[in-house]
Design a protein around this ligand. Structure first.
Ligand SMILES: [Zn+2]
Length: 263
């Protein structure tokens, strides 16, 4: 067990489009990813592309709603992490690790307010960093994991807090678990860079609290600079997973002195 000071902070990082309505949203890819992929011939459940399980090629997208382009673009058709070119440049400049970036170009906008603007170049992000989840502490059983497309069937399928096995983290700044490749985790370096460069429509949530629908402890573009309390919360969550397998939920691992952020 490392000390609190030595324990790196991890977050789940994603777009904030469910809460940030000024921002437009990619509602489909053109052509759609389902058209560009084929059904996996091993499990018959997931999709595979000519490049493998991840679409390692440029994409085009159509957007709808909102009146501003964000740095982190929400997407509906397929849960890709999509970020602006400026954000990727920040990552390159600061040596952020654990990803490959492929161009994603906006080719259509369905409402006038956003159509009048020149969209930024976006990139969709294949996260290459890896960690393993503490499935025992999470109370999670893996029913099936396809070796070809990565399709995962879990029990329960939802509502288990993400508890990262810290000894399995490969040291990258952006990382996923093979059991949840659509859920991107990141280090506090990424959160600090978001604060420094004022990325828009970004949301950081403690992995242990990913499924808390009433989560009042997230960090957004408005409230991104409060890490001391997060360190306390996350440390107590780590202790909870280490100390007792009976304490399996993020809510049980909350620090009692946590306070509501002004969202
Ligand atoms: Zn498969």
């Amino acid at each position: 067990m490392t000390t609190t000071e030595d324990t790196p902070l991890f977050y789940h990082v994603a777009h904030d489009s469910a809460y940030q309505h000024p921002y437009t949203w990619a509602y489909r890819y053109e052509p759609s990813l389902s058209e560009r992929g084929t059904r996996c011939d091993v499990c018959g459940l997931g999709d595979v592309f000519v490049t493998g399980a991840y679409p390692r090629f440029p994409l085009s997208a159509a957007v709808e709603g909102g009146w501003r382009y964000p740095d982190v673009l929400g997407s509906g058709e397929y849960p890709l992490l999509i970020v602006s070119e400026a954000m990727v440049e920040d990552w390159v400049q600061d040596g952020i690790t654990g990803y490959n970036a492929y161009p994603l170009t906006i080719v259509r906008a369905s409402c006038a307010a956003i159509r009048r603007q020149t969209p930024p170049q976006y990139f969709h992000i294949e996260v290459t960093g890896r960690c393993q989840l503490d499935t025992e502490a999470m109370g999670l059983s893996v029913v099936y994991n396809c070796p070809k497309c990565g399709y995962v069937e879990k029990e329960p399928a939802f509502n288990t807090p993400f508890i990262i096995r810290r000894d399995s983290w490969d040291g990258t700044d952006l990382f996923v678990s093979d059991l949840s490749k659509g859920v991107t985790f990141c280090t506090d370096r990424v959160r600090a860079l978001a604060e420094k460069r004022k990325w828009t429509n970004v949301r950081f949530v403690l992995p242990e609290r990913y499924w808390d629908l009433d989560n009042d402890d997230c960090l957004t573009e408005k409230t991104i600079s409060n890490t001391a309390r997060h360190r306390d919360v996350q440390h107590s969550a780590t202790k909870a997973s280490d100390d007792s397998h009976e304490r399996r939920t993020g809510s049980e691992a909350r620090s009692p002195e946590q306070t509501r952020l002004d969202l």
